[in-house]
Design a protein around this ligand. Structure first.
Ligand code: UT7
Length: 324
């Protein structure tokens, strides 16, 4: 028995930073950022934290699922920027929302974080170890970005997305995950020298460092490959898929995946223009937007796909079973 998603939620910080705002602090411009990335603006946290946004997204997902926090037996949270080594961010969320019966685990898989927790949630349900799971992807990469590096600071934004996964899903659910630590140096952020405050130490290694071209090429080759691998494993073809909910890293990566799969662009919803790359939050935020807009119909097949630091990449095929 697989799990099915019965509720979604999301939360973004209040403050919006436009490309023109960024052009005041680094040598860049709106036209370059839009054309090379698809990003027009991003939400950047001031008072919000990974945990506060995760709690807000979780509450909305619980409401959408008509469930109480006490019913949850597991919280799995993908985050790489919660600001504490321990206690885990998921334990802090548990406390805030009152999910007193839930076990809590954080997962560090960067932009693949939501796919990782979704897949783990499915494995818990299939093994019988859990029944009602809160899945969260939440990040504030703005705290880890070098705001003098125009190659990275233009890309990222902050946010949180959540989904409730419960047993009773369709047997077409199918997942694949891969990692290649050998290529990990393409995207790094070292926490060892941080002093626990929000301020970074000044050591360049403690900021996000990225070989943008290497990550771009990796995504363009591996994302279509893992999608096709998942479809084959599930006995499906691209014809069966209604929507591809991809990690929002760069609109040119999404366009490239459309071309390589010989698919129709309208099957690839995107919100990168509004939020930039929100790391583990991007897939559940987009899923929540589709759900709330009433675009997801019972019986439709969705592909979720995440990719990023590690390097890591993963995909899930699911049948939407929620009535809207
Ligand atoms: O979640 C997964 C994590 N990350 C990703 O998926 C990111 C993947 N990579 C990318 O999205 C792209 O590689 C970037 C958006 C980061 C960079 O785009 P690019 O097309 O690979 O640009 P580039 O680094 O090759 O730079 C092209 C030119 C260079 O100038 P010259 O050498 O041609 O004169 C750069 O110096 O654009 C310049 N440039 C910029 N110009 C204005 C680089 N960044 C900027 C900027 N504004 N922000």
């Amino acid at each position: 028995m697989s799990g099915k998603i019965v509720g979604t939620g999301s939360c973004m910080p209040e403050k919006i930073v436009s490309n023109d705002d960024l052009a005041k602090i680094v040598e860049t411009n709106d036209a370059w950022i839009r054309e090379r990335t698809g990003v027009a603006r991003r939400h950047i946290s001031e008072k919000e934290t990974v945990v506060s946004m995760a709690c807000a997204a979780a509450q909305k997902a619980l409401e959408d699922a008509h469930m109480k926090a006490e019913e949850l037996d597991l919280i799995l949270m993908g985050t790489s920027s919660s600001g504490t080594i321990f206690p885990s961010a998921s334990c802090m969320v548990q406390k805030e929302i009152g999910a007193v019966h839930a076990a809590c685990v954080d997962v560090s898989a960067a932009c693949t974080g939501f796919l990782a927790v979704y897949q783990m949630g499915q494995a818990y349900i299939r093994s019988g170890m859990a029944d009602k799971i809160l899945l969260i992807g939440a990040d504030t990469l703005s705290h880890l970005v070098d705001w003098t590096d125009r190659g990275t600071c233009i890309l990222f934004g902050d946010g949180a997305g959540a989904a409730i996964l419960v047993s009773g899903g369709s047997e077409t659910a199918c997942e694949v995950m891969h990692s290649d630590g050998g290529r990990g140096q393409a995207l790094t952020c070292d926490s060892r020298h941080r002093d626990g405050s929000k301020e970074l130490s000044g050591d360049p290694a403690t900021y996000i460092r990225m070989d943008g071209k290497a990550v771009f090429q990796f995504a363009l080759s591996k994302v279509p490959e893992v999608i096709l691998e998942t479809l084959e494993k599930a006995g499906c073809t691209t014809e069966d898929i209604d929507y591809y909910v991809l990690h929002q890293a760069n609109i040119r990566i999404i366009d490239g995946v459309v071309r390589r799969l010989r698919e129709r662009p309208e099957k690839f919803p995107s919100n990168i223009e509004e939020y930039g790359n929100t790391c583990a939050a991007s897939v559940p935020i987009l899923l929540d937007e589709l759900n709330r807009a009433g675009k997801l119909k019972k019986g439709q097949k969705l592909v979720l796909s995440g990719f990023g630091a590690g390097l890591s990449w993963g995909t899930a095929l699911l049948e939407w079973q929620k009535e809207n």
